[in-house]
Design a protein around this ligand. Sequence first.
Ligand SMILES: Nc1ncnc2c1ncn2[C@@H]1O[C@H](COP(=O)(O)OP(=O)(O)OP(=O)(O)O)[C@@H](O)[C@H]1O
Length: 732
Amino acid sequence: MGRMGGNRSNYSVNPADYKLLEEVGYGASATVYRAIYLPLNEVVAIKCLDLDRFNCNLDDIRREAQTMSLIDHPNVVRAYCSFVVEQNLWVIMPFMDEGSCLHLMKIAYPDGFEEAAIGSILKETLKALEYLHQQGHIHRDVKAGNILLDSNGFVKLADFGVSACMFDTGDRQRSRNTFVGTPCWMAPEVLQPGSGYNSKADIWSFGITALELAHGHAPFSKYPPMKVLLMTIQNAPPGLDYDRDKKFSKSFKEMVAMCLVKDQTKRPTAEKLLKHSFFKYAKPPELSVKKLFADLPPLWNRVKALQLKDAAQLALKKMPSAEQEAISQSEYQRGVSAWNFDVDDLKAQASLVRDDEDIVEMREEDENKFFTNYKDATDSQSGMGKKNSEKLPLGELTSLVDSDDMKQSESLNKKGKILESDLQELGSSKNIIWKRNGSITEASASSLEKDTGTSKTKTQPVKSRQTQSGPLVPGAVLGHSSSEKVRPSERFENENQPSGEKINQVRRAPSFSGPLMLPNRASANSLSAPIKCSGGFRDSLDDKSKTNLVQIKGRFSVTSENLDLVKDIPLSSVPRRSSQGSPLRKSASVGDWMLDSKLLPIGQPPKESANTNIPASLLMPHLQNLFQQTSIQQDLIMNLLNSLQPAEAVDASLNGKLPPPLPRSSENNGSVDSATSERERLLLFKIAELQSRMINLSDELTSEKLKQMQLEQQLIALSSQEQHGDIREEVA
Ligand SMILES: Nc1ncnc2c1ncn2[C@@H]1O[C@H](COP(=O)(O)OP(=O)(O)OP(=O)(O)O)[C@@H](O)[C@H]1O
């Protein structure tokens, strides 16, 4: 490895001076590569942000880059320099060779770290926050995915500045209704209209991060984003439980409780918090953090392993379009990271959702109850404390789904339509986890909960951008002809080429590493199932008359549509509609249905402020939406049923594999005959079974690949030992 820790003036803004190596991380907005800065033969990290995917104002980015370059603190990842290469912004940073805390948890510590390590990591992070706050900055994205580690155990807070500005259209300080952040980590005041926020918002996120490091996932991470927002506002703050979290000290619990106070004025400053006894006695990170990654393979191999896992999960999601449409609603509900929203719309939606008692009454205890129920159920099934859902008959799968308090999917279940993705999630029983001793094992059932939280995927650019290349720090303007452009789809073709050629192409196209052709990719920055993000920034975002979007400013668009609004609508009364004929049209994003105002009756506003009596005009789109989805699901089920061999179905039934009948709403009984319901059950069962098998196979494949990598490493170590032995013998 080349030397690290250079200073900014040493780095050029010429992409040809950088040789990109492996991909070491990816988030919602960027892919990060290990790279060599050739003039100094120094290892650096390059964060490549796709400018096409966001409506970025280059002036904003330049300003941010300038701010970043002034940051100088041992616990903050600084940018050496940044510049635009074609449609990408390259940010050159020090390479943190152990990656993020989130990566580390995903690969080896699914249930979180031990307290000593947490104390050290948090203390270093807090020092970074203290510095940033003193400089007048708010980080706004404090989370385990942004806490980076190097092989010495040093801890640095990353992602300050550039990535944040990627999601705003203008001066984000001025904009009161937008926020850059991640729902699970967002402070309540950030969600409250007009209340304003300051650096104390980071202290809240810091508290949530403490819980994330302690449990392996952030609180509420399994809930859909809208629910997370509501829970953050309405519920008591999360914290370390005195009973459940017995292994943690009182001082740690107290420190977390201080951060997670809803009244921001009562939260301590970073400076004050650093004086807390929990940090006073924290060990130096070299002692407590360094040992966390002993025996783990290099970062890029870990990232590849995670990618394989993601790819396997995404492969399952690559289904025929009708099927995709049917599950897309549930996908978006799984959560997004770093999203913006419109507070007025959120308020409107919140008051609508308030009508649903289930959501209002949701408490974090429910979450725990679910996990306990889930684990109990799965443990008793496998008899080994491990979930083994491939052996679960659908009856049990269904009961597990039902035990989840997530009423949104329940409303569909009641109609006998368990969402495909729910089954799939239950089926994905095994996660590859790298044990500390370097061996591979399967994650315990608890890892499932981490796979249901916030998530992100990457999309390919959909529009061409006016080229505004140029260095963000003073330097040369980079020119690239359009013919030189290599689109992301070409990146994988470069893989098998000789290295010389490859390097040349790398310089033209930063996104090339990794053998996987992933259509959409779940963020390694999240611990969740993948979610499709919107196909890019929408124009005229403030023109709310166009749609009933709740959130359209960021990478994701979330509609004010809520599945819970209308439960148990008699299917028989629903006329089949083609999507063309509907005033609802499908957006290019996560399957959100947008109201096409042109198709609405004249005078009917597309969006109204909400009150406790839901106006018909607001309800209608939701009803239509639900009808539309139901039709799609029915079509899908019928198509799949038709493709099923009747004999197979009978076989399955005779073999006693059939689950007990699903509960069906009484309204449906009159409209769907029992034969259809039986077939539906059969079909769902088959789907669950197939998915479970596929996941197991993918896991096995991943596991074999990892073993192979380990063996190769051992082989290399052995052969070098042998060589040394030979040399010693010769010398003797
Ligand atoms: N300097 C670095 N050295 C090593 N790995 C890094 C570095 N910077 C980022 N990474 C890895 O890349 C991942 C994604 O980076 P980053 O968080 O900056 O992307 P992002 O798109 O801004 O993500 P998000 O918006 O979800 O936070 C990180 O979680 C980390 O694992």
